[in-house]
Design a protein around this ligand. Structure first.
Ligand code: CDP
Length: 211
């Protein structure tokens, strides 16, 4: 069984995917981390994230990089969004994601193109979203709780820039897949969003839609 969870930055897809993984007892892959690792690696190599050749070189990295806390930085998220526009980068990361998706027993993957490109035959597909303001507020709260001094206006601008780049790129743009259910978490607590996600997935698995 494969469950695909896609959506824009800070929509809650990662939290929902991890909760679904616990609920269904499946392993979960945050595919954004792979693109973040490439983004961070470009920086380490002093490469240019907008040059396809530099971004492709950065696709070769040690697994330990996936545990680097720097991957979570907003700046690395932006770098990830820039390197992920290159087809060569997407190709370099596709097999790793498909291997994870097709492992025995099933898997959950969250990202931007799971239901459209990586696993179009997934048994259940969710597209998780929330308003730009709510998503910026979540980033604000995360940063403030870690002792940071975030600026709301620049968080909104970053999220909008990332949405535009992710949705308008030529290769695997962010969009809701055919057969996916939309889950808007703008007005939902984490618990409520997770309960709704489980109900939607159960319905898709049973062949009855409630979305
Ligand atoms: O956590 P957040 O939603 O902010 O970002 P992420 O899921 O870690 O993804 C970072 C960036 O990687 C996104 O803005 C996308 O441009 C890119 N990405 C992608 O192109 N395809 C994926 N399957 C996952 C991420």
């Amino acid at each position: 069984m494969i469950i695909a969870v896609d959506g824009p930055a800070a929509s809650g897809k990662g939290t929902i995917a991890k909760a679904l993984a616990r609920h269904y007892g499946l392993p979960c892959l945050d595919t954004g981390l792979l693109y973040r690792a490439v983004g961070l690696n470009v920086l380490k190599n002093s490469g240019d994230p907008d040059r396809e050749a530099d971004a492709l070189t950065a696709c070769v990295f040690e697994d330990a990089l996936l545990d680097d806390p720097a991957l979570r930085n907003e700046a690395v998220g932006s770098l990830a969004s820039r390197v992920s526009v290159h087809q060569a980068v997407r190709n370099a990361l596709v097999q790793r994601q498909r291997d994870f998706a097709t492992q025995l027993g099933g898997a959950i993957l969250d990202g931007r193109d799971i239901a459209t490109v990586i696993a179009p035959d997934a048994n259940a597909k969710l597209f998780v979203t929330a308003s730009v303001h709510v998503r910026a507020q979540r980033r604000f709260n995360d940063a403030a709780s870690q002792g940071g001094h975030p600026d709301m206006d620049s968080l909104i601008a970053d999220i909008q820039a990332r949405d535009t780049r992710d949705m308008s790129r030529d290769h695997a743009p962010l969009r809701m897949a055919d057969g996916a259910d939309l889950l808007d978490t703008s007005d939902l607590t984490i618990d409520a969003a997770v309960q709704k996600a489980i109900a939607l997935v159960d319905a898709q698995l049973e062949g009855r839609r409630i979305g």
